[in-house]
Design a protein around this ligand. Structure first.
Ligand code: IPD
Ligand code: CA
Length: 316
């Protein structure tokens, strides 16, 4: 067991606030949809009363301690003026709102602090499981147990894609059309592919060595700020799909344990991207339909396939 002692004041505050926020969110998980007040934020995105309540709680607590800081929350609840260049808290009160809204116990809370464009600390909580992950830049990534003990996180060392448990997200259209072929390509090579519905938790699980890679395009800073730091501090790698520094928002994020990064990039970019916004060419060709063999004794229909002849070998 390792320790990160002492946590910086900002990381300690983020962790403490995450605990309070997680208790609030977990207590609402079993409520009815009416009580949760599930609404459509956009034609395809859900939001609940709890998203707003949790964001207000986190924002209030953090600004009480750090009044000069700025806040960027997914639900935009922080009407708060801060000086230009002030450190900024990046908050996703509920990452995985679709799961939460439907009572599925797998969602996260993400809190990160960015200074001068660099994320300095981050916390991801998984309220239904009582899990908390914290990272500080250059000081490591940790899981904090229920007894308050810190266990250092390390990405998995596996090197082969066929042993990899990888995860992705399902963005809305127009990204979905060209993202789905990437899922097919990875699924043909990886051990398993998961789409569990919370980018922040997927990233924390890559950091914890439970998942080996995660990719998704079109994410926002609040989905990933804390999770990316967790992966990096756990020894993993985060880039865009071409291996370049990730641009936010909307970049194509690829996080991995490191040894799998090149293989994942090759699978994601192969064979060639379609033009912007266009579906990519399907990479895995559907199997050729097999000629149907007429049942023994059945009359041969006029549309029955001709008997197969030996195909000529293509010259190499
Ligand atoms: C969403 C989740 C989901 C991902 C979406 C995100 P939200 O965040 O992280 O896994 O696929 O792209 O928007 O909206 O539930 O906070
Ligand atoms: Ca959210």
């Amino acid at each position: 067991m390792d320790h990160i002692e002492p946590l910086s004041a900002t990381a300690a505050a983020a962790l403490e606030v995450a605990r309070e926020a997680a208790a609030l969110a977990a207590s609402e998980l079993g409520s009815s949809r009416e009580l949760k007040d599930v609404r459509l934020k956009t034609p395809t995105d859900l939001v609940t009363r709890t998203d707003h309540e949790v964001e207000r709680l986190i924002t209030r607590r953090l600004l009480a301690r750090f009044p000069g800081h700025a806040v960027l929350g997914e639900e935009g609840g922080a009407a708060h003026e801060a000086a230009a260049g002030a450190p900024r808290w990046i908050i996703d009160p509920i990452d995985g709102t679709s799961n939460f809204a439907h009572g599925v116990p797998w969602f996260g809370i993400s809190i990160a602090l960015e200074e001068a464009g660099v994320v300095r600390c981050g916390v991801v909580a998984v309220p239904p499981l009582g899990e908390f992950f914290v990272a500080e830049r250059d000081r490591g990534a940790y899981q904090v147990g229920p007894d308050g003990a810190f266990v250092r996180l390390r990405v998995s060392p596996i090197e082969t894609i066929n042993q990899a448990l990888v995860a992705t997200g399902l963005p809305r259209e127009p990204l979905r059309s060209w993202h789905v072929p990437t899922i097919l390509r990875v699924a043909m090579r990886a051990l398993e592919v998961r789409i569990m519905g919370a980018a922040a938790v997927h990233l924390a699980y890559v950091a914890a060595g439970r998942l080996h890679a995660f990719w998704e395009p079109g994410l926002f800073p609040w989905d990933v700020a804390a999770g990316v730091l967790l992966v990096e501090e756990a020894g993993g790698r985060v880039t865009d799909w071409r291996g370049r520094p990730l641009r936010m928002p909307g970049g194509r994020l690829l996080a991995s344990n490191g040894p799998l990064h090149a293989m994942m990039m090759a699978l994601l970019m192969e064979p060639s991207e379609g033009p912007r916004g266009q579906p990519a060419r399907p990479a895995v060709r559907p199997a050729r339909p097999r000629a149907r063999v007429p049942r023994a004794g059945a009359a041969r229909s006029r549309r029955a396939p001709a008997p197969r002849t030996r195909r000529r070998r293509r010259p190499r």
